[in-house]
Design a protein around this ligand. Structure first.
Ligand code: BGC
Length: 465
């Protein structure tokens, strides 16, 4: 099917339905973003309520990332085994339980348990949102639909800033943390009426159901897509997770693991988690710092929308290259501003501007495109497991940056830290240029056939079938 045919195939009822399914599944992203963002505000009041020791405070804040890494470690394989839909229902249930425990926690122990459970759910959601959407979406719009999940991550982070702000007067941390129960319920209720991934069904030999789902989510003919899925399933070696370690998987694993680490070590969460701390050294007052954080969160949302509009037109590689290039420029200038500008002059706003532009470039590149690519480049039989592995790397790198950022600021100073992130971004750019494939407009099956055929998922893999 040509790209034009595929675009035509999403204009009718089936096309509309696939948007609804995807938007609902993207609530996984909302929970991911909200639950990672809300803790920065809530922790101030939890600290007073329970008189936390620094160690326990660290566990409450960063424990979710450890939980997320653990959730990702087991979650991917679980989604291959029980199916994407049941796994989303499970993750909604775990989110609900974690948020509920935190909201009612009578003791620190229960609070910590709730936060760990919440972390596991964040790990689950970070895999299954993009995974499910990419498997149900038609190829022509797969990039935009899958990136709805990242859009909701950014919306979740931004809404957590607002909720933090709204409750900062009353200090109602239980409401802040319990708020996550609402989207978890909506996700569970909505998903229970949505179809299973057609690709997962086919892989399990449930071909009639797979056919029915494709028919419900496509307007045009489904036979060519079905026969591609069928050919892929037939080509499987039946080795399951052992396939992950086979030589032909290596290029795709290198791409996924590399992007997972680069997405974090280029510094996004130093800005997302610590923007007010960074801006404190400038002449901005505390309320202006909050305003600056809101500006950063808003630009993150807006530029993710831009990425969604572009990703199926210009492709994944151009967005990654331009985004990472822009991050290098922004970080270089940020370093110069913090090194040379006069802190009492207009530097506060100039510094904010460099951070805003850094986040904007992340949001059109590494932010959405990392999650999108890892949902596209792995073979069906091990897609969940491979995404799980790569996502563990992402969460561990996130944890390392979050823990080391204050130490870095202390050791090499703000400019040095930005230049270090800039240097990592430069390596990320070269890495992308050399090894990241173009997947735009191709079926997941064509991408897998390339991988199996050892034609190499090289940078020249961009031509359409
Ligand atoms: C990253 C998160 C980050 C968020 C910011 C996601 O793609 O995985 O670590 O906080 O983007 O928008």
């Amino acid at each position: 099917m040509s790209t034009a045919d595929m675009r035509a195939a999403i204009r009718g009822d089936g096309g509309r339905f696939v948007y609804i399914v995807s938007a609902l599944a993207a609530l996984n992203g909302l929970l991911f973003g909200f639950d990672t963002g809300i803790i920065s505000g809530a922790i101030l009041f939890i600290d007073t309520a329970f008189e936390l020791s620094p160690l326990v405070e660290g566990i409450v804040v960063s424990g979710a990332m450890v939980g997320a890494a653990a959730g990702a470690a087991v979650g991917g394989q679980l989604s291959d085994r029980i199916g994407r839909k049941r796994f989303i229902l499970l993750s909604a249930g775990v989110f609900f339980l974690g948020s509920f425990l935190m909201a009612v926690a009578p003791t620190v122990e229960v609070l910590v348990a709730g936060r760990m459970i919440d972390g596991i759910a964040i790990g689950f959601a970070s895999i299954v949102g993009p995974l499910y959407i990419s498997e149900i979406a038609p190829p022509a719009v797969r990039g935009g639909l899958t990136s709805l999940n990242q859009l909701m991550v950014t919306v979740g982070i931004l809404s957590s800033y607002f909720v933090n702000y709204a409750f900062s007067g009353s200090g109602s941390w239980r409401i802040m943390l319990g708020a996550g129960m609402v989207p978890a319920l909506v996700l569970a209720a909505g998903m229970s009426r949505m179809p299973e991934s057609p690709r997962w069904l086919y892989e399990r030999g449930r071909t009639d159901e797979a056919r029915a789902v494709l028919r419900r989510t496509r307007d045009g003919e489904i036979e060519s897509e079905l026969s591609e899925i069928e050919a892929t399933v037939e080509a499987q070696s039946g080795n399951g997770v052992r396939d992950l370690l086979s030589p032909w998987m290596r290029p795709a694993l290198i791409v996924g693991l590399g992007l997972a680490v680069f997405q974090q070590v280029t510094g996004i969460n130093a800005v997302m988690y610590y923007a007010p701390t960074i801006l404190e050294s400038t002449a901005l007052g505390s309320s202006q710092s909050i305003l600056a954080s809101v500006a950063i969160g808003t630009v993150n949302v807006v530029m993710t929308v831009v990425a969604i509009l572009l990703v199926d037109r210009v492709g994944r590689r151009p967005l990654l290259l331009v985004g990472t290039g822009g991050m290098i420029g922004s970080l270089t200038v940020a370093g110069l501003v913090f090194q040379f500008a006069d802190p009492t002059g207009g530097m506060g706003w100039l510094a904010t501007l460099t951070l805003v532009s850094f986040v904007a470039f992340f949001a059109i590149g590494l932010g959405p495109v990392f999650w999108l690519l890892i949902s596209e480049i792995y073979p069906l039989a091990v897609r969940g497991s491979a995404m799980g592995l790569v996502t563990v790397a992402n969460w561990l790198a996130n944890l390392v940056v979050a823990l080391s950022f204050p130490v870095l600021l202390d050791g090499i100073g703000t400019p040095g830290t930005f230049w270090l992130f800039g240097a990592c971004s430069l390596v990320a750019l070269l890495f992308t240029y050399r090894v990241v494939p173009e997947t735009n407009g191709r079926t997941l099956e064509a991408i897998e056939a390339d991988l199996r055929g050892a034609t190499g998922l090289g940078s020249d893999a961009s031509e359409d079938d």
